[in-house]
Design a protein. Sequence first.
Length: 242
Amino acid sequence: MQPASPSDPFDDLPGLARRPAPGRRVSLWLLVLVGALVLVLGAGAVYVLLPLDAPLPDDVGARYAGLERGTTVEGFPRLGRADAPIVVEDFSSYACPHCGNFFDDELPRLFGAIASGRVQFVLIPVPFGRGAPAAARAALCAGEQGQFWEMNDTLFYWRERFVGSTFHTRRLSMGAEALGLNRAAFDACMDGSAVRQVVERARNEFERRGLRGTPSLFINGERVRDYAELDALSIPESGGAA
């Protein structure tokens, strides 16, 4: 019969435990380091392998053929002549379903008036909603290469098509490439401050006018309350026909 080993006087004290042996501590830290490495590599793999695609709408941009394009002094995109007497402003967010509906259903009714030089249409992209800030910058950066309206329609198309990662950075960059843009220049623009300033000006103007939702439209500075007001713009003024 072996003699009992002397008891440790600290064994029964609450909140105290024996210091682990050096070998056990090294093993624990090794497990922690390996676990952290696995997490980092896993996150990288998810990003690289994330199944993102960037489809374009059919005949993207075709409906804008023949319409003059430009920007306002604030940097907001414009369709139509800068001296057109009727100015339609649209505060829109790419995360807003009603904004996409407006572009699909209502804006085309103005194309005739825009082409005639009577109306100019100004889009003011506000950064409200999930992914909207990055989407607004993407549209503006595409505009730097002459394809704002193509990217605009593509972004609204994606909003209807995708549930998650709709405006993921990779998808935006891939979309620019699909539109034939210089991807390196696009990515540099996305990281730059110029388009961020335009988006911030859009936000400030939205707040200055006391707006609360999108789309919010104005005709020559007066708030549009019903789309019927836009329909009136597509009717030629009396005496305008030869």
